[in-house]
Design a protein around this ligand. Structure first.
Ligand SMILES: NC(=O)c1ccc[n+]([C@@H]2O[C@H](COP(=O)([O-])OP(=O)(O)OC[C@H]3O[C@@H](n4cnc5c(N)ncnc54)[C@H](OP(=O)(O)O)[C@@H]3O)[C@@H](O)[C@H]2O)c1
Length: 291
């Protein structure tokens, strides 16, 4: 099969490309940051340009598109809502319509940020209620995908950690860089998430992409925690100076951005459906950061 991944210069897209199954022909797109991996099959395209989007799909004729490209930072989306909506919602809607028309399977990266963080352990059946604009852009995209009658999977991804291969933002990489440079790092104690290893996530996404599952599925790590406890486990594993890890709250440090407090996932569907096991923190950290 021929598979197109958008955003292979990003954190998750880069890992997906690196984990491509050998028997399939995998293509990738980037915008600003050209990845070094297999440049013959990695193309520059601004997905907001619908003519270029159509040209790339017509040129490659993929059987599956895994759509990772997005504005993925909550703070950016809050300060640039127009740009964020265009990329995260409008481009995804265009892609969904194109996939429906051309009978291409679409795998879309959504987020836990479309929940309000009140009850935690959110399942696929729980109603979304985004608190911030990033969450609204993802909900907008999901609604347009579901309006289409296509062969699609909406993967709601929880907070992902590991080392970026080609570029893109990683929370764990930022913590490591700061502490290694001797700088204090402030962590939110009021954010509980189902942290997932990017390598574990990539295996799950490939398994889903190549399956016949359609609908919404939640992916996260098997063990939920907050950012402070996560960073201490990471520092302990890498023998970093834990005294530089300082606890604060999102409410105190970034009061202008509404962050959900407990967006942990109920993972029963993924655990039942997938052969790939969802790793706990110790297993995930060992996979990402072997010592
Ligand atoms: N990381 C997480 O913890 C997490 C959690 C939940 C959901 N997600 C979702 O998972 C997906 C991947 O996230 P990520 O962390 O890998 O994001 P990322 O590292 O920020 O990568 C974003 C990608 O989007 C590309 N891009 C942005 N604007 C574009 C445009 N106009 N045209 C073409 N490409 C464009 C970027 O290309 P260039 O860099 O080349 O410009 C980059 O490859 C996103 O949909 C994100 O919302 C991520």
């Amino acid at each position: 099969m021929r598979i197109l991944i958008t955003g292979v210069s990003g954190f998750i897209g880069g890992h997906l490309l690196a984990a491509s199954p050998e028997q399939h022909e995998v293509w990738g797109t980037y915008l600003e940051n050209k990845p070094s991996h297999d440049p013959a099959r990695v193309l520059r395209v601004d997905l907001r340009d619908s003519v270029s989007l159509l040209a790339i799909v017509d040129g490659i004729k993929p059987d599956i598109i895994i759509h990772c490209a997005a504005h993925a930072k909550v703070s950016f989306c809050e300060s640039s809502p127009g740009v964020a909506w265009e990329m995260n919602s409008r481009v995804t809607a265009d892609l969904a319509a194109l996939c429906e028309e051309q009978e291409i399977r679409l795998v879309f990266m959504s987020s836990d940020m479309l929940f309000d963080g009140i009850k935690g352990q959110f399942s696929e059946a729980d109603p979304p209620n985004p608190l911030n604009f990033y969450g609204w852009t993802k909900l907008g995209a999901e609604r347009r995908i579901r309006d289409c009658d296509g062969n699609s999977v909406i993967v709601r991804v929880n907070l992902t950690y590991g080392a970026p291969l080609n570029g893109g933002y990683s929370f764990s990489a930022e913590v490591i860089d700061a502490v290694k440079a001797g700088k204090p790092y402030h962590l939110y104690a009021d954010q509980f998430r189902s942290f997932i290893s990017v390598k574990n996530l990539s295996q799950c996404i490939w398994e889903l992409a190549l399956s016949d599952f359609t609908g919404i599925i939640h992916l996260g790590g098997a063990e939920a925690t907050n950012r402070v406890a996560f960073a201490h486990k990471l520092a302990e594993r890498l023998r970093l100076d834990e005294s530089l890890l300082l606890a604060t709250t999102a409410e105190a440090a970034a009061p202008q951005i509404p962050y959900p407090k407990n967006n942990t996932f109920d993972l029963h569907l993924a655990q039942k459906l997938l052969k790939t096991p969802l790793l706990d923190l110790e297993e995930g950290l060992a996979l990402e950061y072997p010592v």
